[in-house]
Design a protein around this ligand. Structure first.
Ligand code: WTA
Length: 630
């Protein structure tokens, strides 16, 4: 399958991929190393739902990400690690070194009794050991579950318990700008509630004081350093689980999305090369954290399987000053830069001198991911970072989809600001009306669904296939429902308009409103809560909480502070409410259901168009909430 190099070729390949998907994907699959070739390309039934790609195939994804490159690229840099501290030397890790480091961790895991299929939790900052840990699990067939190191002990414990992890890889602490976070104490607190965890392996990053629990905790340097640098990779079935990654759901607990080996490998590799038009020897930088899907697919698996050099950045965009990203681009001569709208919007606020101090002429392609990019931020990115010389690929996808689904192809697809544009080859989107009919025409708006399987789609929710089915395959039977709304314009271009369910996206992080509500309800003064999103100039969306207390607070500020702290403790700082309004009641229907639509309008400041409120139990409460809106 040739790489697409013109819009005509895109259209042709797209057509082929739809008419003959099996042939299309098998040609791409044949560019990988298989221990045994697959028997069938695709078997599927969206009603169950069940999807199997490359069944019968045997492989190991790490052999495809590392071993096969050793022939020609042993001395090429695989990963450049850039520290939180601008003056700490960066590390260049070659493919040979990556191979050896991964093998040592893999051997250590085996020595600790970890076998194929066992779940391993990884709770580490953005340091090279995080990459080693992920790949080491994949090498021995252990299922990795990376938990973003900004989550609280409660969130960590829930994720560990949901998947029954036997071991956790973590560090003493983490650096974040000028702060040091005490990861080990968070882990200690979490593990009090995690009976399945037998061992914790602690990497020393901050050298802070930690307490080691005898028979459970081991220092990384004591158990990894002496291991052999060779390690036989486990032979995996195409459909064996590669990893679990949690994402917020619109009700209750987070969902452990399950991704499998072969399809995920094929699709992340294909989209990495196609979307960014990656050329050998280019330097690729995705600024996401490996704790999210973007980091899994486009810091590690996509770039490494393509033999690229990928940057792993421990720091934040705003420290030591607002020029840090641009400094790193100049320092390493980054060619492809992939970041989130929330970062762009916050850097846009800083004086332009922070950008203009640096030479960004190495840049060739820019990317955006995680939330809709507004037109203004798009133009700022285009003019000031790309110098009107770099295409911007606005990539729409999800934890559930594993890889980029709708996106321009760099230098191929004609761009339109704020449009994710057209589907990748093999992806068949459909716009549905709320009533459930497919809308065929252009110039329409509706709910975004996907009609046909693609290789990297999640196969299930760990331990809860029924929930997988209910969440994604029941709203529009026979189709995958994304939870997003979209518009399709006269050219067939897609513009993603945002979530249509109870998930809000704050600074690119998905948060379930139900999860935040139950955290707030933990406060002893709180009786009931409703949380909605509201437009926020930097974060995209902010968290607005309407809170009923047993006794209306007189002053409120102290209570607000306590509520923020409790949310931070139960979920993590990312979920802290921006606005907390104390109310006497909530707009409820006679059957007791909260009318979130009304609260959303109030939070958005659109109080003139609340729609029909006569069906409410107590219509007067709406006026009162409106009057007190923040
Ligand atoms: C949103 C991140 C508009 C969308 C890869 C989706 C986007 C959710 C875009 C998934 C984009 C992601 N334009 N919206 N380019 N990319 N989204 O699981 O609402 O963290 O459903 O995966 O982010 O977020 P997740």
């Amino acid at each position: 399958m040739s790489i697409i190099s013109s819009f005509e070729e895109y259209k042709q390949q797209y057509q082929q991929s739809i008419e003959n998907p099996e042939e299309f994907w098998s040609q791409i699959a044949d560019t990988f190393v298989w221990r045994k070739k697959y028997d069938s390309v695709l078997k599927w039934d969206f009603n169950k739902p069940e999807v199997k790609w490359f069944e019968g195939g045997k492989l190991n994804i790490v052999e495809n990400c590392i071993d096969r490159h050793l022939v020609n690229k042993a001395r090429q840099t695989a990963i450049i690690w850039e520290s939180n501290f601008a003056d700490e030397p960066s590390r260049h890790i070659t493919y040979q070194e990556l191979f050896e480091s991964v093998n040592q961790v893999a051997n250590m895991l085996r020595q600790q009794g970890i076998k194929k299929g066992d779940r391993v939790c990884i709770y580490l900052p953005m340091i090279p050991q995080l990459a080693f840990a992920v790949l080491a699990c994949a090498r021995i067939g252990a299922v990795h579950s990376v938990v973003f190191a900004g989550f609280s002990s409660g969130s960590l414990a829930d994720r560990i318990n949901d998947s029954g992890c036997r071991l956790i890889l973590t560090s003493d602490g983490a650096y974040r700008a000028d702060k040091t976070l005490d990861l080990k104490s968070i882990v200690d607190e979490a593990l009090l509630k995690c009976p399945t965890v037998e061992k914790a392996i602690i990497y020393q990053r901050t050298k802070g004081k930690v307490t080691m629990k005898p028979n459970r905790d081991l220092w990384w340097h004591e158990v990894v350093g002496f291991q052999s640098k060779a390690c036989e990779a486990e032979e995996m079935d195409a459909e064996d689980i590669l990893f679990i990654l949690y994402t917020s759901g619109s009700t209750g607990k987070p969902k452990g999305m399950v991704h499998t080996c072969a399809g995920y490998m094929v699709y992340t590799n294909y989209t990495f090369k196609t979307v960014f038009q990656y050329q050998p020897n280019q330097l690729f930088w995705c600024t996401a954290d490996i704790g999210w899907i973007t980091g899994h697919s486009y810091i590690l698996y996509g770039p490494l399987s393509a033999g690229a050099t990928t940057i792993l950045f421990e720091g934040v965009p705003s420290w030591p000053d607002m020029g840090r990203f641009w400094h790193v681009i100049e320092k390493h001569k980054v060619n492809i830069f992939y970041t989130a709208p929330t970062a762009i919007r916050s850097l846009e606020q800083a004086p332009l001198s922070f950008v203009n101090n640096y030479d960004l002429s190495s840049l060739q392609v820019l990317g955006s991911v995680g939330e809709p990019i507004n037109v203004e931020a798009w133009h700022w990115y285009d003019e000031n970072i790309g110098r009107k010389n770099c295409p911007i690929v606005d990539t729409w996808w999800q934890t559930e989809t594993g890889g980029i689904m709708i996106s321009p192809i760099a230098n191929v697809t004609p761009l339109k600001p704020a449009f994710a544009t057209l589907p990748m080859p093999g992806i068949q989107p459909a716009v549905m009306s709320e009533k459930g009919a497919e809308i065929i025409e252009n110039n329409v708006e509706g709910r975004l669904t996907i009609k046909f399987p693609w290789p990297s789609m999640a196969r299930t929710i760990y331990g809860d296939h029924q929930r997988f089915r209910d969440t994604y395959f029941s709203t529009f039977p026979g189709m995958y429902f994304t939870g997003d709304g979209c518009k399709r314009d006269e050219d067939g271009y897609y513009r993603i308009t945002g979530r249509v369910d109870d998930i809000i996206i704050v600074s690119g992080h998905n948060l379930g409103t139900a999860e935040i509500e139950s955290a707030i309800d933990e406060h002893s003064s709180v009786c009931e809560t409703a949380v909605v999103g509201f437009p926020h100039t930097i974060k995209g969306q902010g968290v607005y909480a309407f809170v009923i207390c047993y006794e209306m607070p007189k002053e409120g500020e102290t209570l607000r502070q306590e509520i923020r702290e409790i949310v931070s403790k139960i979920i993590g700082p990312i979920a802290k409410p921006d606005k907390i309004q104390f109310v006497r009641g909530l707009p409820k229907t006679r059957s007791g259901k909260i009318m979130r639509r009304i609260l959303r309008k109030i939070a958005e400041g659109e109080v003139s168009s609340l729609g029909d409120t006569t069906t409410l139990l107590d219509p007067a409460i709406v006026e009162e909430i409106k009057a007190g809106a923040l």
